[in-house]
Write a protein that binds this ligand. Structure first.
Ligand SMILES: Nc1ncnc2c1ncn2[C@@H]1O[C@H](COP(=O)(O)OP(=O)(O)O)[C@@H](O)[C@H]1O
Ligand SMILES: C=C(OP(=O)(O)O)C(=O)O
Length: 716
């Protein structure tokens, strides 16, 4: 960080109404069960059947992950030449994952709930090559757990393990493993998706390194079972000293599996394991595009210290971040973990990228209740500002997958109630102002803007080590910047636009105005029309307390070969962002006012709004950006004419002016206010926004608008 006057500030918790008496009031059984925080579940044997998947969706899960880490064991022995068809035919776990997705489609049909699909790739994961067999359900099972006592010698080898060899000689999957480690290093062996603190985890200290063998001493006793991951802990406590493996960001098995899944299913997200640099995201994007997964979003997993050194460039290039706290916790000192989490979440919030946190309630793998620490942790994730929580072992092999989701949703709901939305909003605005100030546009030095731009573009913070393996710190400044530019997502373009502008981009100005207005008029709901999801995403960024109904109007597109409807995928991709409630309009529905009326009726039926409630609407009308307030009619079904007082409040909220100074006395009917200039709160008025009233309509309307999880939501 340069000596800018501006430190890298992170928002801390400011809780609204957290007095003990208010907290101890029993929870109203009739209170809305809307939960803004998203929950992603990992599908495994514990939840793959349709009934359990239905229960998970009913409990509130919005995205399901299939984890390719289970499976490629069989492939490590095969040459690249033999991949392809042979693999497709014989890879048991891929069949397991396909069945998961077929069942998920059925669960969506039955529950009429939309669920996104995430595929987690193996990437650079190093594992122990242990013999396994594929069970009848297609899931790999391992036999003969490995029992190790503290101070036992354990040998990790890249060679063959002769039959009858001692049980403490363990083959690792990465053939250059001996080049990575040196005496004194710590190597962690643990069951995939375990905490690292139970007796199925083993910490080893490296004694000596030979050509093929790494001899270690066990620091604790443990019984290794299941799929065992090998994690080489960073040896330096303040920089990066380890050599990193040179495995590709997507291994051949990942590519083959993604292609195979893409043939039959729609993959909304790829969670990119062990992302280290922005270039990893660029490479993954290139592959996904070439494989026809052009709309699939990349969520980079930060699971090593290296990913933190390159964090800003990774976050800038990816469509979202997963903070993989299990692995990261092996690489970051325990006393720093909470602070790292706050920093990562805050940075993602600032640039409006979804941030997902892993490893919250490990105890619920075996117990029906979380520990106090876990329950507190979940609440803190919400208060820190995360978008969602990713469940791993809890739903993959845990005893209580449904109860786990229910418990998490309840904790999140309570935490959301005290999340200070206004403070969060003001923090983002303040940051925008300071960036603007630093660009010089508002009289600042430009120092921070340069720092921010540099970090977003390359983040080359530590020198690369001279090695064929490399320590993996991003050493390709210009190159990664160029690559990112080739793949500029809309969000990146928006960010870039923001960096060059003293104020916010047009769309962001509209989105934040809508959130401010909703707050000022006490709206119950925000409705956002969206095509790509970008506008909805920007509204989510400002973390309104209201649900954000995200209206996606399908569009007929021609890809050069055939016509197809686009929109379903947009709706699903909103399902990892805090507060978004995507709704897919029926294709025949026009996107005008009648659609809004249907949306309001639907929100009313869903209990999201009641009679006389206000709703803030973001849409495009006749080529103009519109933020408007409508009210629910007396019957609670349709739209009432705009309430004049609310209109004044809207202008107050968005123009940041005082009632007396700017508007004079409210004449009670709001006349003369329609079409008033609305600017960015806290900033100078900038965008011209129409505030139009709705036509009066008291009648309840039939619902042609549908939530469209049914049919083809996950299965093509
Ligand atoms: N079908 C629609 N009808 C009316 N307004 C729309 C529709 N789709 C998007 N909009 C509005 O158009 C504006 C710009 O949208 P756009 O640039 O396409 O971003 P997005 O990808 O979020 O739709 C936003 O105000 C959005 O609310
Ligand atoms: C690796 C994962 O997370 P963690 O590092 O938190 O175990 C995961 O969930 O895929």
């Amino acid at each position: 960080m340069p000596s800018s006057r501006r430190p890298n500030k992170v928002k801390t918790h400011v809780l609204k109404d957290c007095s003990l008496p208010s907290l101890l009031v029993p929870i109203d059984p009739n209170e809305s069960d809307f939960t803004a925080t998203k929950v992603i579940v990992t599908i495994g044997p514990a939840c793959q059947d349709v009934d359990t998947l239905c229960k998970l969706l009913d409990a509130g899960a919005t995205c399901a992950r299939v984890d390719l880490t289970w499976g490629p064991l069989e492939f490590h022995k095969r040459s690249l030449v033999n991949l392809g068809e042979a693999m497709r035919r014989s890879w048991g776990p891929l069949e397991f994952h396909k069945r998961s997705l077929v069942n998920l489609g059925e669960a969506m049909r039955r529950t009429r709930k939309l669920c996104a699909v995430m595929v987690d790739v193996v990437g650079r994961e190093i594992i122990l090559n242990r013999p396994s067999k594929i069970d009848e359900d297609g899931w790999p099972r391992f036999e003969n757990p490995i029992s190790v006592k503290a101070t036992d010698k354990v040998t990790l080898t890249t060679g063959m393990v002769p039959e009858g060899a001692a049980g403490n000689v363990l083959p690792v999957s990465y053939e250059k493993f001996t080049s990575m480690v040196q005496p004194g290093d710590t190597v962690f062996l643990g069951r995939y998706l375990v905490t690292g603190s139970e007796d199925s985890s083993l910490y080893l200290t490296v004694d000596s390194v030979g050509e093929k063998d790494v001899v270690c001493t066990a620091m604790n006793a443990g019984v290794l079972d299941g799929l065992i991951t090998v994690f080489h802990t960073e040896r330096s406590t303040d920089s990066l000293a380890n050599l990193q493996n040179d495995l590709p960001i997507l291994c051949p098995e990942d590519k083959a599996a993604l292609e195979a899944l893409q043939d039959e299913f729609e993959v909304d997200f790829v969670s990119l394991s062990f992302a280290r640099t922005a270039d990893d995201i660029v490479q993954a994007r290139e592959f996904l595009d070439s494989a026809g997964l052009t709309t699939t979003k990349i969520i980079a997993k930060c699971e090593t210290r290296q990913s933190l050194f390159n964090f800003k460039s990774i976050a800038g290039a990816a469509d979202g971040i997963i903070l993989s706290r299990g692995n990261l916790g092996l690489d970051v000192l325990p006393e720093k973990m909470a602070l790292v989490q706050k920093s990562v979440i805050s940075n993602c919030n600032l640039i409006g990228k979804p941030i997902i946190i892993t490893r919250v309630v490990d105890t619920m793998c075996v117990a029906p209740r979380p520990t106090r620490a876990e329950a507190t942790d979940v609440a803190n994730v919400v208060l820190d500002g995360a978008d969602g929580i990713l469940l791993g072992a809890e739903t993959l092999r845990g005893k209580y997958p449904v109860l786990t989701v229910e418990t998490i949703m309840k904790i999140c709901r309570q935490a959301e109630k005290v999340f200070d939305h206004v403070h969060h909003f003001d923090h983002l605005m303040q940051e925008a102002m300071e960036i603007a100030d630093d660009t010089g546009a508002l009289g600042g030095s430009g120092e921070f803007a340069q720092y921010f731009a540099r970090n977003v573009s390359q983040a080359n913070l530590t020198p690369a080590m001279p090695s064929s393996l490399g320590n993996g710190v991003d050493d390709s400044d210009g190159q990664s910047l160029r690559s990112i530019n080739r793949h500029d997502s809309q969000a990146q373009l928006t960010r870039a636009a923001n960096l060059g502008s003293p104020l916010l981009s047009k769309l962001e100005s509209i989105a934040s105005s809508a959130v401010r207005a909703a707050d000022k008029v006490g709206a119950s709901l925000i409705i956002v029309y969206t095509r790509s999801g970008q506008t909805a995403s920007l509204v989510s960024k400002y973390r309104p307390p209201q649900p954000i109904m995200t209206l996606v109007v399908p569009q007929l597109k021609n890809d050069g070969f055939k016509w197809h409807l686009e929109g379903r995928d947009t709706a699903r991709r909103c399902l990892i962002q805090r507060g978004l409630l995507p709704v897919l309009a029926a294709p025949s529905q026009n996107s005008g006012e009648s659609l809004l009326e249907e949306a309001v009726a639907m929100a009313s039926r869903a209990g999201l709004v009641h009679a006389k409630d206000h709703i803030v609407v973001v849409q495009m009308l006749a080529g103009a950006f519109v933020v408007k307030i409508v009210s629910v009619d007396e019957g609670g079904y349709g739209i009432q004419a705009i309430r004049p007082k609310s209109l004044v409040d809207l202008m107050m909220a968005t123009a940041g002016a005082s009632k007396e100074e700017e508007l004079g006395q409210d004449n009670g009917n709001g006349e003369g206010r329609v079409g008033h200039t609305i600017g960015q709160p806290g900033l100078q008025p900038r965008e011209l926004t129409h505030v139009s009233s709705m036509k009066h309509n008291e009648t309840a309307r039939s619902a042609s608008l549908q939530v469209r999880p049914a049919m083809q939501a996950a299965c093509k």
